[in-house]
Write a protein that binds this ligand. Structure first.
Ligand SMILES: [Zn+2]
Ligand SMILES: [Zn+2]
Length: 117
C-alpha cells in the first residue's frame, strides 16, 4: 500500500467520486443521418459497465439500420457458402443421385459409380 504520498490518495478519491456521480447527457451528431441525438446518462453508465470507451456514432434508428445491413450481408454470404445438392437421374444407370451443382440442360449427368467407369 502506498500511504506516504498524499497526492495519490487525493487523485484516487476524486476519481472514485467521478465514477459514482451521474454522468451528464451528451449530444452526439449521428454520422449517418447527421442528426443530433442525446447519449443519455443511463446509456453512458451502461457503456461504462460493459467496459466500452468509445461513444456511439449513430442514433438508435441508424444503428439498427446498420445492424440490419450487416445481418443481411452475413446471411447472403452464408447462402453462397451453402452447398447445393441437386437431385438428378443418372444418364447411364437411371438411379437417382445428387450432384453439387446445377446441371446444364441436355448434358448427361452420371452418378458417382458410372462417372468412375
Ligand atoms: Zn442517425
Ligand atoms: Zn449411374
Amino acid at each position: 500500500m502506498i500511504t506516504s504520498d498524499p497526492h495519490n490518495l487525493d487523485n484516487d478519491g476524486s476519481l472514485a467520486d467521478q465514477g459514482t456521480a451521474a454522468l451528464p447527457d451528451i449530444p452526439i451528431l449521428c454520422i449517418d443521418c447527421k442528426q443530433e441525438f442525446i447519449w443519455t446518462s443511463g446509456e453512458r453508465s451502461f457503456f461504462q459497465q460493459k467496459g466500452l470507451v468509445n461513444a456511439p456514432k449513430r442514433c438508435k434508428p441508424c444503428k439498427k439500420a446498420k445492424n440490419d445491413r450487416v445481418e443481411a450481408a452475413l446471411a447472403a454470404a452464408d447462402g453462397q457458402r451453402q452447398k447445393v445438392a441437386v437431385r438428378v437421374e443418372c444418364a447411364s444407370c437411371g438411379r437417382e443421385t445428387t450432384v453439387p451443382f446445377y446441371p446444364s440442360q441436355g448434358r448427361p449427368v452420371l452418378c458417382r459409380e458410372c462417372f468412375r467407369k
